[in-house]
Design a protein around this ligand. Structure first.
Ligand code: ZN
Length: 113
């Protein structure tokens, strides 16, 4: 079942628990099915890469592993820390029509995230 996540690809987040606690990075991948995200430079894991051709040796590379979305919070540059998100509805005039936009803001300082 797909989970609704508060994190989107490209979001700047901070890891709040686990071995990568305190790491700030951009979300590079989101898996709604698993409720997991991949954050730049967080939860680095070693991965064996199998040789593609005969005679080539396998390699071990470090890649970012997926972490549970509950372990990250959106990062607010203004507050300088992980924050809770408040969704506000912004009403804008567009081509003579009133359009409602949902925007995410920092629950503390109100900055758009
Ligand atoms: Zn803030």
């Amino acid at each position: 079942m797909e989970k609704k996540l508060h994190i989107k690809k490209g979001d700047k987040v901070i890891v709040i628990s686990g071995a990568s606690k305190g790491v700030i990075g951009n979300v590079v991948e989101v898996s709604r099915e698993e409720g997991k995200v991949i954050v730049e430079k967080a939860h680095m894991i070693s991965k064996h890469v199998k040789p593609r051709k005969q005679g080539e040796s396998g390699q071990i590379v470090n890649v970012e592993g997926a972490i549970y979305a509950d372990k990250v919070m959106l990062y607010c540059d203004k507050c300088g820390k992980g924050v809770r998100v408040k969704t506000v509805v912004e009403t804008v005039e567009k081509d003579g029509k009133t359009v409602k936009n949902k925007i995410r803001t920092c629950a503390k300082c109100g900055a758009k995230l």
